[in-house]
Design a protein around this ligand. Structure first.
Ligand code: ATP
Ligand code: MG
Length: 383
């Protein structure tokens, strides 16, 4: 009998001919998540098993697996020979000392001499006769003993299913560039696309010295929190200080935010193309603030040719907050800091800017020179 973590995968079984590819990426992602923890990864039938780890690492393994997309569910349990005696040994460890319980058997090996019902009855009866405080409840038990009889003469025995992160293995849906601000929304947006298999790289704009060093530290911290989910390898930062000063000095105040966002998108597109990112991702949600109107989004889209993905577009703030708490980025996101968008914020930003007005105001600036100048401030932090 051997202590193992059992991993069941989510949507990969749907992928027909590409299945081998999805499984390879999935395996690489599990190995990456467990880096630094000594273990073996095996495949048995439709399951993956983590074995040969130190018992005091079990909790850490479970915690890291909770952030790997493509995992449907996972369990801490035992791999045994499929004899009733061996299965019972494992069941004794998994079963509680008292309370109500139920044994539930699944047989992948249909030639196994006992039916599922027979094995349930046998293991259940042995446990009952040994532990006086136990009772069977097949409808609403407090505890379960799950038995999974595999094809290769082995069985898995475990007490619970932990819900995995679901989704698709990160890396199977290309790579995108997330504009990460330090607020609540953008990390959630990145998380959502990673869940659908996209590798997410990060770009942050700052207005140093108007924004301070802590603002940057906060974004680095958020990036670290996001990376186990998103496969992120680096955070790039670009200064938009000069751009904001120029806009402030030369253009209509109500267009400050609109114009800045168009610059952000232009810069993002250059970075994305250089890095091989297939799209730009933002945390915008329709109508949330003045710049997140359909007109505002259209004016930003107009300056780039890459697709812009806005996974939160139809979400309420409450829903976004709930997700960010679940992911674990909320606490960091709400730390106070100055975002570059709040520097030079006009009293009445335009909510429905006309493209002709935007272009007229923008023509007062040397757009290409400002973009190049901003790109020359690019710094990269690797994880
Ligand atoms: P968030 O909670 O993500 O900060 P928000 O509600 O504050 O979003 P905005 O400030 O309008 O909304 O920003 C909308 C989106 O633009 C953000 O979700 C993010 O993708 C991008 N963005 C805003 N500011 C920055 C920044 N300083 N650096 C990089 N991206 C940014
Ligand atoms: Mg923000």
């Amino acid at each position: 009998m051997e202590s193992v973590v059992i991993i069941r995968y989510a949507e990969i079984h749907l992928k027909g001919k590409n299945r081998g590819y999805f499984e390879r990426v999935f395996t690489v992602n599990i190995e990456r998540a467990l880096r630094g923890i000594s273990h073996e990864l095996h495949r048995i039938g439709g399951r993956y098993l983590i074995a040969d780890f130190r018992q005091d690492c079990a909790e850490e393994i479970l915690s890291r697996l909770s952030r790997v997309f493509g995992i449907h569910s996972y369990s801490l349990g035992y791999l045994t020979e499929n004899s009733v005696e061996e299965i019972y040994c494992a069941a004794q460890i998994v079963a509680p000392q008292s309370g109500s319980f139920k044994v539930e058997t699944h047989r992948a090996d249909k030639k196994y001499p006992l039916t599922s019902m027979e094995l349930n009855a046998e293991i259940g009866a042995k446990l009952l006769s040994e532990r006086k405080g136990l009772s069977v409840d097949v409808h609403a038990p407090q505890h379960y003993v799950y038995i999974d009889v595999r094809e290769n003469g082995k069985a898995l025995v475990f007490g619970s299913f932990l819900q995995g992160a679901g989704g698709m293995p990160v890396g199977t849906s290309g790579k995108g560039l997330l504009l990460i601000s330090g607020g609540i929304d953008s990390p959630v947006a990145g998380h959502m696309l990673a869940k659908r298999g996209m590798t997410v790289e990060l770009l942050h704009f700052h207005s140093y010295p108007y924004t301070n060093e802590q603002a940057k530290e906060k974004v680095i911290e958020l990036s670290r929190e996001l990376a186990p989910y998103t496969g992120t390898r680096k955070l790039s930062t670009v200064s938009v200080t000069k751009i904001q000063e120029e806009i402030h000095a030369k253009c209509a105040a109500e267009l400050n935010v609109t114009l800045l966002r168009r610059f952000m998108f232009r810069i993002a597109e250059r970075v994305a193309k250089r890095e091989g990112d297939a799209c730009i991702i933002t945390g915008e949600s329709l109508g949330q603030v003045a710049s997140q109107t359909i007109e505002g989004m259209t004016s930003s889209n107009a300056v780039v040719s890459l697709p812009v993905l806005r996974p939160l577009v139809g979400f309420d703030k409450d829903e976004i907050i709930e997700r960010s708490k679940k992911i674990g980025t909320f606490e960091t996101s709400v730390l106070p800091f100055e975002d570059c968008c709040t520097v030079f914020l006009p009293d009445f930003p335009a909510t429905k800017p006309k493209l002709s007005f935007i272009e007229a105001e923008e023509s007062k600036l040397n757009v290409e020179e400002l973009v190049q100048n901003a790109l020359s401030t690019l710094e990269t932090i690797s994880f």
